[in-house]
Design a protein around this ligand. Structure first.
Ligand SMILES: Nc1ncnc2c1ncn2[C@@H]1O[C@H](COP(=O)(O)OP(=O)(O)OP(=O)(O)O)[C@@H](O)[C@H]1O
Length: 264
């Protein structure tokens, strides 16, 4: 359970009336969500429901068909703004597969964004940052020479997290950080997500199906259904929800139809 003070009026990311379709398929109908500075917001919802699409709007990888994304009060979702370098400096993202460059060792993967955004840094300074980021994810400095192919799934996610924090982001976005990991390794990742919040003071958005992880790391949980956020609440509020769709999702029951599909 996170333990940081959060001001409910201090909004880091605001999604207002977000709409997105791909061809004939409408994925986001009308998404409204405020993410408070310093909190960890977990977004849950069924597979293919559009959770990753929401994250990609937050980091400027996708532009909405309607509505707005604001980060620190600045609207980033317009073609005029689209200054992705500024957004990327502010935000780190842990992609679903913990995507690393396979041809680069761990150290180079972590150093990649530093070299791109901070050409003024000396090689020694870059290596110091790499060591510091490895320490943050509880790995020894000698780990830097390991190639991605030598790493387990959990280690890849950890290195991907070190890479995501290389530029000291204020906001971290996690896409399915524990998917495909065993429960013990998942818990290591959960602890790191909590560490990032308490040690770096970051605002985090976590997309997951893993309710154990959601309940452990979240300050608040938002549920996406049929292109809308249907409920937002603390872990206790979500656990005690009166919304049957949220209850069904978090308990894994299949009693009611959430989207017209027939249920057994
Ligand atoms: N660039 C794209 N072009 C076309 N369709 C896309 C694109 N990105 C996402 N989609 C579609 O949007 C829908 C939502 O995808 P998204 O990956 O956001 O779901 P999700 O809720 O994150 O699912 P999962 O939990 O399975 O990762 C899917 O049907 C997907 O195929």
């Amino acid at each position: 359970m996170p333990n940081v003070k959060i001001d409910p009026n201090d909004i880091a990311i605001r999604l207002k009336g977000l709409k997105k379709s791909f061809g004939p398929q409408t994925v986001l109908e009308d998404v409204n969500l405020d993410i408070r500075r310093g909190e960890t917001m977990v977004i849950i919802g069924k597979s293919g429901g559009g959770k990753s699409v929401i994250l990609k709007h937050m980091i400027g990888l996708l532009q909405p068909d309607g509505g707005e994304v604001t980060v620190d009060g600045v609207t980033i979702s317009t073609p005029q703004f689209f200054d992705t370098r500024t957004i990327r400096r502010k935000m780190g993202m842990l992609f679903q597969m913990g995507a690393l460059f396979d041809s680069m060792d761990t150290g180079e993967n972590i150093a990649f964004a530093l070299r791109e955004h901070h050409p003024e840094l000396s090689e020694a300074e870059i290596q110091n940052v790499v060591t510091e980021k490895l320490q943050m994810i509880n790995l020894v400095p000698s780990f830097r020479t390991k190639m991605p192919s030598e790493l387990s799934g959990g280690m890849r996610k950890r290195v991907a997290l070190a890479r995501a924090i290389a530029l000291n982001p204020e906001i971290l976005l996690y896409d399915e950080p524990t998917t495909g990991l065993d429960p013990i390794t998942s818990d290591v990742i959960n602890d790191l997500i909590l560490d990032m919040q308490s040690k770096l003071g970051v605002t985090s958005v976590v997309v997951t199906h893993d309710m154990v992880s959601a309940f452990k790391v979240a300050d608040r949980i938002a549920m996406l259904l049929n292109g809308r956020i249907i409920e937002v609440g603390t872990v206790d509020e979500i656990k005690n929800t009166s919304n049957p769709y949220v209850h069904q999702f978090i308990t894994g029951q299949r009693k009611i139809s959430v989207d017209g599909e027939s249920q057994e």
